[in-house]
Design a protein around this ligand. Structure first.
Ligand SMILES: Nc1ncnc2c1ncn2[C@@H]1O[C@H](COP(=O)(O)OP(=O)(O)OP(=O)(O)O)[C@@H](O)[C@H]1O
Ligand SMILES: [Mg+2]
Length: 260
């Protein structure tokens, strides 16, 4: 489904942010990218999404999604793909919402931009998606302004929006890092349930090896733009790579996630 080969990306001033990065994902698979700050995780996500910031350049390599090269898509093609077949959530999805418009009007607008649904159908679908992310009173959330919601509620809204069209691929860049441990665990569980229902593949970016091990079948460890280790949870727990061991030592407590 997603196949990245030998991808290299640099930023202006010669900063090499990704070097010889290769990654393969099957349909419905959850893969985690872990590594310290500056290791190139967000650069990988932005390259896949076709949204490198100014100064970011793909120096080489290929990114194929369902047999199409994502590095060569036109703006129009991206318009059809992004938000529908490939979705994204960030650390604070609420920051992407307009603060002076209700959540409901933005959610409806997003749905209608990608479908032929009526206003009423869009409102129903928005409410249904919020319910599926464990928001008990969708109507009141839809009537709220983003600042009236908690961080956890905003993040649930962002995930609900991203999953609306059952995307084939969800790129989740630190989706729970800004939240307290209990909320993190709940949101991770709800995201996994929604993923099961939609059979969406998830590329999860996280500092947190516990979240990665809980969610992902395959974990890729990065440092300074390069992959230093990868494998399943058991592989990483037993890995002899010094950097993987260092990450394991710094795993924060995550409400018993390791026990699952
Ligand atoms: N817009 C930019 N312009 C120039 N350099 C950048 C830019 N964005 C990232 N970099 C550099 O590219 C490298 C990789 O950064 P990136 O944001 O991909 O790392 P990350 O793993 O997502 O880090 P974090 O965990 O802090 O989010 C770093 O050296 C960073 O300083
Ligand atoms: Mg990042």
């Amino acid at each position: 489904m997603l196949d990245i080969q030998h991808l290299s990306v640099s930023y202006a001033g010669g900063v090499s942010a990704l070097s010889d990065f290769s990654l393969h994902m099957e349909r419905g698979e959850v893969v985690a990218l872990v590594g310290e700050s500056g290791s190139g995780k967000t650069t990988a996500v932005r390259t896949i999404l076709g949204l490198l910031p100014p100064g970011g350049t793909v120096e080489g390599g290929t990114v194929n999604f369902e047999g199409r090269s994502l590095l060569d898509l036109s703006r129009r093609e991206w318009g059809r793909l992004r938000g529908k077949e490939i979705s994204v959530i960030f650390q604070d999805s609420g920051a992407m919402l307009n603060p002076i418009r209700t959540v409901g009007s933005q959610f409806r607008e997003y749905i209608r931009a990608h479908s032929a649904l009526s206003r009423r159908e869009a409102a129903e679908l928005a409410g249904e998606m919020l319910g599926r992310m464990g928001l008990p009173n969708p109507e009141s959330i839809l009537a709220s302004y983003p600042f009236q919601l908690s961080g956890g509620q905003r993040q649930r809204v962002g995930i609900a929006m991203a999953m609306t069209f059952r995307p084939r691929l969800l790129l989740a860049d630190e989706p729970t890092s800004a939240l307290d441990v209990t909320t993190q665990a709940q949101i991770v569980r709800q995201l996994l349930e929604l993923r099961d229902a939609c059979r969406t593949a998830v590329l999860l970016v996280t500092h947190n090896l516990a979240v990665a091990a809980y969610m992902a079948g395959h974990i890729v460890v990065m440092r300074s733009g390069r992959i230093t280790d990868q494998g399943d949870r058991e592989h990483l727990l037993r890995s002899e790579e010094p950097y993987t061991q260092q990450l394991l030592r710094s795993v924060p407590d995550l409400g018993g996630m390791w026990d699952v």
